[in-house]
Design a protein around this ligand. Structure first.
Ligand SMILES: [Zn+2]
Length: 197
């Protein structure tokens, strides 16, 4: 595991709040395996989000449904469009224009989502991760996209996926994760008031 000196907030767990970490900045074996440019970009994203690499954060820090319900950011389809189409790649400086990945909503319909969880951070962001099966081969290891979003506005702050296309930050799996958040919001809005936490 490689470390980079930094001060990092690791997040919250239940009602026990804010561990401010002054330890080194830890990277996962996946992030360590990235090429030079991609790794630099990955570290830039972690600094932006102020979080360790989500792939190494222990499971007991993450909130799963139903505990996650009160933390889902108000992300909508317009925000997904902004992220997949309008934003510019920091590596190529070109607009993403990933129109095909707008179709990722079908991932949700076909039950390729194994599970998802969220990590609320003290800085107002939440990191949401998912485990998705491959659409072509269910025997391959699951894909692990994550996205950091602002909890108040649902804005996408950073994204990553461990597939090859995920380095572009707008792959099909990242898109599916964002649709999952939108759907979780809709389900939450439609819950009877007495069901809310
Ligand atoms: Zn991907």
């Amino acid at each position: 595991m490689e470390t980079i000196g930094n001060t990092i907030q690791i997040g919250t767990y239940g009602n026990r709040i804010v561990e401010k970490m002054t330890e080194n900045f830890k990277l996962s074996s996946h992030s360590n395996s990235l090429g030079v440019l991609e790794k630099a970009r990955y570290i830039e994203k972690l600094k932006l989000v102020q979080c360790y690499c989500p792939y190494i954060i222990p499971e007991n820090f993450w909130k799963y449904s139903p505990a996650l319900a009160g933390f889902i950011p108000p992300t909508n389809k317009e925000e997904i469009f902004m992220h997949l189409i309008v934003k510019h790649s920091p590596l190529t400086l070109e607009q993403y224009r990933a129109f095909k990945n707008l179709e990722a909503e079908k991932y949700l319909e076909r039950q390729w989502v194994k599970c998802y969880a969220g990590l609320p951070l003290p800085n107002g962001f939440i990191v949401v991760k998912a485990k998705l099966t491959h659409s072509q081969s269910t025997n391959d290891p699951p894909l692990l996209p994550w996205s950091a979003l602002s909890r108040d506005h649902g804005q996408v702050i950073a994204t990553h996926c461990d597939c090859i296309a995920g380095l572009g930050e707008v792959c099909f799996h990242i898109a599916a994760l964002l649709y999952l958040i939108v759907e979780a919001n809709i389900r939450l809005i439609n819950l009877p008031v007495t069901s809310l936490p």
